[in-house]
Design a protein around this ligand. Structure first.
Ligand code: SAH
Length: 672
């Protein structure tokens, strides 16, 4: 079957019809999946195995047959653990067809064919009975259906259904229980992901302050979870206002209710400050005694947490609807509300008990100001980055004249406001700029002289930033848009940024390498079938692709110097021919070359640049500091080279990089 999919190309902006191979989505899903990361998660695997062994023995001690239901079996791992632990029979349910197929192969290869039945269904479609999928209800329920928010992948409705229809009353569950923890903090850095801070503009005629409108100030934001590697957040970036408290627990061995509900705890602030953020994580007890515990607690709660790296489970950042001042020792109530799939928080001062009780939050946060729909959290952070803003202001001041006709091409940019304030003769108190800034809702190629009141553009600006960009070079759309509006540009037009450069560096990751590295065996089970499947999917298109990752969350060490590999001159139009480069970088440090990182730097005006990638290499070990608001492109090498001996140093990685100006795609090849 051939499917045609229409989409706007993120780089060129052209509407194109792609002949989507029916396998495309499937390969993408496998290649970018978290299965390998889970199988590399030793701590998780060991604890599941212990919990499963304990559950099987408890059932056996009661003299019963151990019948296991494994919902979301993936590779079949947990069922194989159960079978090895002596379970009599396992029903392994997996809804995702390619994984169910892989599970069949893996189960067979490991010799569990007559102990494990793989069922390719959603658990809610599974039937029980003599002619059903399962002969009888199970007495052991094993699952791993959790995301960073615990319930975001639908664990609650799945458990609710399983208890009603698929397992016996009093069944053993692995995990037995999950507990969600919270801690109240103040953090300017994290708060800047949710609110627009005042922007200070140093203009020639004094400082001006751009403030956000009140509907934005009071907007509760969006309900989507903000999950991050909290272990990468230095303690200097937040202030703890409360101890860690238990918000709620779920006992998976008993019937589970998924219907919306709320939980409330009393907190006694340990410090006065502005309550802005609720940090949250969970742990799971694999057995009822709580002796086998797997926790997502961050480093300041559990010092060894950094050594148990995983990307499939991180920590959550919840934004309170408004910042609330709290006083040390003065009690407050924190309420967690949840529906079937998500959680949100609310803080109340402890006044009348009754008054507070009546006021439980039922509605999940909905953005009323539009800004949270236009700007995602990293984008808020970027717009609040005063350092970055300063570079743009300095650059704008160099190019703007009072009679400039300025066109800005970027999504949700503050540049027009900045430009206006810098060029303005008068001081404006509020941001009423409707008559000064005109928003033109059209595609660049459809721009008409009438839109511009028949004026020619003397200054064309862009950050550039576009919401459709996933990879760093997708923002080259600015170049295409610039090309499309060429007819409207004055002959002496100034384009800001004047150019962009693609930079590249070879790195060794501390942990991120795991997500794309083969597992071979996991807890003694051969899972190579999955490795092969992932490899096959990664090579599905002729060239491997780079993938976006916010590297401030993923420590790495540079093994080569950063190098500019391609330059894009925005003062000229996009050329007809491709831009290609070949070269090599020397490896300067010992280490494992896991891959190359690529990012863009924008040269705003002569002498002023902003980087969306590397900020600096912080020490002689090569530890890197990345732009905290942007994702960088990571190209994982198909094989890792290790340079341990000094003689290996000065070996080089050669590269060939090609920017196809027709498709806007960057293809790359590396040889070690
Ligand atoms: N159990 C494996 C894989 C866990 S990933 C392991 O621990 O390594 C979770 C898997 O559950 C995914 O493959 C997903 O497709 C599947 N899944 C989630 N909810 C499901 C449901 N209700 N029924 C069947 N499969 C489900």
């Amino acid at each position: 079957m051939k499917t045609f999919c229409g989409r706007a190309n993120p780089t060129t902006g052209a509407m194109e019809w792609l002949e989507e191979d029916e396998n495309y989505d499937y390969h993408q899903e496998i290649a970018r999946s978290r299965y390998a990361d889970m199988l590399h998660d030793k701590d998780r695997n060991v604890k599941y195995y212990q919990g499963i062994r304990a559950a099987v023995s408890r059932v056996k001690e009661r003299g019963e047959k151990a019948i296991v239901l494994d919902i979301g079996t993936g590779t079949g791992l947990l069922s194989m653990m159960a079978a090895s632990a002596g379970a009599d029979f396992c029903y392994a349910i997996e809804v995702f067809k390619p994984m169910a197929d892989a599970a069949v192969k893996i189960v067979e290869k490991n010799g569990f064919r007559d102990k494990i039945k793989v069922i390719n269904k959603h658990s809610t479609a599974v039937t029980v009975g003599s002619d059903g999928d399962m002969q009888c209800r199970a007495n052991i329920l094993v699952t791993e259906l959790f995301d960073t928010e615990l319930i975001g992948e639908g664990a609650l409705p799945t458990y609710e259904h399983a208890h009603k229809y698929l397992v016996q009353e009093g069944c053993e569950a692995v995990p037995h229980r999950a507990t969600v923890y919270v801690q109240l903090v103040e953090s300017n850095r994290m708060w800047s992901w949710n609110k627009l801070f005042p922007v200070h503009v140093e203009a020639e005629d004094g400082e001006k302050i751009i403030v956000s409108p009140s509907e934005m100030e009071n907007c509760p934001g969006v309900p989507s979870v903000c999950d991050i590697q909290l272990n990468q957040m230095p303690s200097s970036d937040f202030t703890v206002l409360s101890d860690v408290v238990t918000m709620f627990s779920v006992d998976f061995s008993k019937p589970v209710r998924s219907a919306s509900t709320s939980y409330r705890v009393q907190l006694e602030p340990v410090k006065s400050g502005k309550a802005q953020i609720v940090l949250s994580w969970w742990d799971i007890d694999m057995d009822p005694s709580g002796m086998i515990n797997c926790t997502m607690a961050p480093y300041w709660v559990k010092s060894t947490s950094a050594f148990q790296w995983r990307d499939h489970w991180m920590q959550c950042v919840y934004f309170l609807p408004n910042e609330e001042p709290v006083l040390k020792g003065e009690k407050v109530y924190l309420t967690a509300c949840r529906d079937e799939y998500s959680l949100w928080y609310k803080l109340q001062k402890a006044r009348g008990e009754e008054e507070n009780k009546a006021d439980v939050c039922v509605e999940s946060p909905v953005c009323r100001c539009q800004a949270h729909l236009l700007w995602n959290r990293p984008r808020f952070g970027e717009l609040n980055d005063q350092n970055r803003t300063r570079q743009y202001i300095k650059s704008l001041m160099k190019v703007l004249k009072t009679d400039s006709v300025c066109l800005c091409i970027s999504d949700g940019s503050l540049l027009p406001v900045l430009a206006h304030y810098l060029g303005a003769k008068r001081f404006f108190k509020a941001n009423h700029l409707e008559d000064k800034i005109k928003i033109i809702e059209t595609r660049p190629e459809l721009l008409m002289s009438s839109h511009l009141e028949d004026k020619k553009i003397s200054v064309l600006v862009g950050e550039p930033f576009f919401t459709t960009s996933l990879l760093p070079w997708h923002n080259l759309y600015f170049w295409y848009a610039r090309t499309a509006v060429t007819g409207h540009l004055a002959s002496n037009v100034t384009v800001l940024p004047q150019s962009a450069a693609l930079h590249m560096m070879v790195v060794e990751f501390q942990d991120l390498w795991r997500i794309r590295s083969p597992c071979g065996t996991c807890e003694g089970f051969d899972v190579q079938t999955l490795d092969d499947m992932i490899k096959n999917s990664m090579n599905f298109r002729e060239s491997r692709e780079a993938e976006p990752h916010p590297l401030w969350e993923y420590p790495c060490k540079s093994l080569s110097d950063p190098q500019e590999v391609l330059r894009f001159d925005f003062r000229e139009t996009v050329p007809e021919h491709s831009l290609s480069t070949e070269g090599s970088v020397n490896l300067l440090r010992k280490g494992k070359s896991h891959g190359a990182v690529l990012w863009m730097e924008y040269h705003l005006v002569a002498g002023i640049s902003v980087s969306t990638g590397l900020m600096q290499i912080s020490n002689e070990k090569g530890n890197c500091e990345w732009n905290p608001h942007c994702k960088q492109a990571v190209y994982f090498f198909s094989s890792v080279i290790e340079s341990e001996a000094l003689s290996d140093l000065h070996s080089a990685v050669t590269y060939a990089i090609n920017f196809n100006t027709k498709t806007g795609e960057i293809a790359m090849d590396f040889k070690l």
